[in-house]
Every structure is written in C-alpha cells, then in structure tokens.
Design a protein around this ligand. Structure first.
Ligand code: COA
Length: 291
C-alpha cells in the first residue's frame, strides 16, 4: 500500500478466527504509540491482546468489526453494547496503515451500529498523549469529559473507618444497579453480573447498606460509589490493580490527592470522551478503559 494513497477499505463483522491477526495488530499499535512517547504499553505481550479480542469477538454483548485493505486485515474495533451507553475499544490500526482513514471508517461503523441499536450515548477512553486519536474522536463528535490518571500501586491506608468491603454476591446486584442508576442515570448490570460470576466484584457497606461497588479494581473494571469515602474504601481493599492500573478522575481533587498521599503513582494521563447523552456523575466513580 502506498503511504500517500487512501486505501480502499472494506469493513466486515469480526469472527473469533480473526483474533490472532487482530490481536497482533492491536499489540503492535498500542506498543508502538506508547513506546514512542516513553510510556509502558497497555498490553504486556501479543497474547494478552489476542485473548482480549478473542473474548470480545465471541461475546454476544459486543459488536466487533475488522477493516481489510487489498485482502489483508489492517485494523479492528469493538463496541460494548451491554448497557444503555455503549463503550468503544480497543480500536487499533496496523502501524503501517495508520493516518489513512482506516480508524475513521472503523469508528463510523461502531457509531452507526450504536445509533441503529438506539443507544443513549457512546463513550471511550483515550491516551491523552495521543494527538491522533484525540483529534479523530473530537472530529467525529466526541466531547472531552473527564481527565483521568491511570494509577498503580498499593495504598498505605488499607481500610477506611466505618466502611466494610467484601466480595459481591448475586444477591447484591440489584442494590449495585440501583446505585449506578442514581449516580450515572443507567446501570451496567450485565458487566456487573459477569464480574460477580468471575469473583472479581466487591461491594462496600456503610451503616448496613451497600454504598459502592467495583466490578474489579483494574483497567477493565468500573467502580461506582455514593461518596469519595466509599470509593477510597474499595481502592484501599485491593492488593494491586489489574493491568496498567485504575482510572482516577483528576477533577475529583480530594480523591486524586488521597491516592497520591497513599503512595499510588501516575502511570499515564488519559481522557474520558462521550458522544450523545452524558450526565455528570452524582457520586464518585472510576471508569473502566471502555467508559
Ligand atoms: C488511533 C487510531 C485507531 C486511528 O486510526 P488511523 O487510521 O490512524 O486514523 P485516521 O487516518 O482514520 O484518522 C486520523 C485523523 O486524525 C487527524 N490527525 C492526525 N494527527 C493529528 C494532529 N496532530 N492534529 C489534528 N489532527 C490529526 C488526521 O488528519 C485524520 O483526520 P481526517 O480523517 O479528517 O483526515 C490508530 O492511529 C491507532 O491504532 N493508534 C494506536 C492505538 C490507539 O491509540 N488506539 C486508540 C485507543 S483509544
């Protein structure tokens, strides 16, 4: 493909058989951009990307597309359709085929899909240092909503007074979903249910009721709480955070300073962006890498 010519792009639905090729592209794309900016890659090795895409390409809760040019796969994108708000990612284009319109086509495909499904909105999280993805999403209509710090470590404070953190049970789901509806205006029940099944979900209780939950204290987990104190209790309960870290909204000044004073380190800056419906959270929360 000539670097200056716009390729003829064909989009189609992804299948599990595409996972190996798309996973390698995903790993190459993320590690190339991160290392060029001297940040650690989001995915440690190609198999992590292949496993992630294999799960998404075979899950009924996700709509996934691949882009082909001259009969060769050059990129892929995924849409999490499990809630009233859809989440985009990971979107990746082969480093040799970037800046030629493939990413825009992959984004338009999932945005069309979300509109067809009647989603109230679409969200994503991008690496704040990545000029191209920021520009692409903004030009497609996504608004910058929340600056985030991906943070890693183990808090010095291990518990928060009056808060009890425990593993979430299926019986907790309705209280957690109701909390999410109060804080965000919608729930993420399917994501929560899967995390309870996998044993990664936690709840925090204060005054004998659930005041927060986390699907996982990790890059791919989201956390929703009534107050900053409830959120701190959940964060303090984790021995470590899965993947590169948790995504802390830095405009939540008290929370961010609490994380810093507890020894957590900033790994990289990121940005939550939204298209369509967006409500400022009426509580405290950590988005996942999808939203
Ligand atoms: C981000 C990514 C998916 C975009 O795909 P792509 O095929 O390279 O992007 P496209 O060519 O479709 O679109 C890029 C747009 O940004 C514009 N752009 C690029 N750099 C820019 C800059 N510094 N300032 C303003 N606009 C810029 C381009 O002109 C283009 O706009 P246009 O469609 O109006 O011409 C791809 O670069 C990638 O895989 N990056 C590494 C992995 C990654 O970061 N993924 C995103 C995770 S959130």
């Amino acid at each position: 493909m000539s670097p200056k010519s716009r390729p003829n792009i064909v989009l189609r639905t992804a299948t599990p058989d595409d996972s190996a090729v798309c996973g390698q592209i995903c790993y190459n794309a993320f590690s190339t951009i991160s290392l060029a900016h001297h940040f650690p890659p989001d995915l440690p090795e190609p198999n992590a990307a292949i496993g992630l895409l294999s799960m998404m390409f075979s899950s009924p809760g996700f709509y996934c597309v691949v882009a082909e040019s001259e009969g060769r796969i050059v990129g892929s994108n995924c849409l999490d359709e499990r809630a009233a708000i859809c989440g985009v990612g990971p979107i990746t284009v082969d480093p040799g085929a970037q800046n030629l319109g493939v990413g825009r086509a992959l984004m338009e495909a999932v945005m069309d899909r979300a509109r067809q499904k009647g989603a109230a909105g679409i969200r994503l999280v991008q690496a704040a240092f990545h000029n191209r993805s920021l520009s692409l999403y903004a030009s497609l209509g996504f608004d910058v909503r929340e600056p985030l710090a991906c943070m890693q470590g183990r808090t010095q404070q291990r518990t928060v007074p009056a808060c009890t953190v425990r593993t979430a049970q299926f019986a907790d789901a309705e209280a957690c979903n109701s909390l999410s509806r109060r804080v965000h205006g919608f729930d993420r029940g399917a994501d929560l249910e899967l995390s309870i099944q996998q044993g990664t979900a936690r709840v925090v209780e204060r005054e004998d009721r659930i005041t927060g939950y986390s699907t996982q204290l990790a890059f791919f987990g989201h956390t929703t709480a009534e107050t900053v104190v409830d959120l701190e209790a959940l964060i303090a309960s984790a021995e470590s955070f899965g993947g590169p870290g948790i995504l802390v909204p830095t405009r939540n000044h008290g929370l961010f300073r609490w994380c810093l004073s507890n020894g957590l380190r900033v790994v990289q800056p990121m940005t939550l962006m939204s298209y369509g419906l967006y409500n400022e959270p009426a509580g405290a929360s950590l988005p996942s890498i999808l939203f």
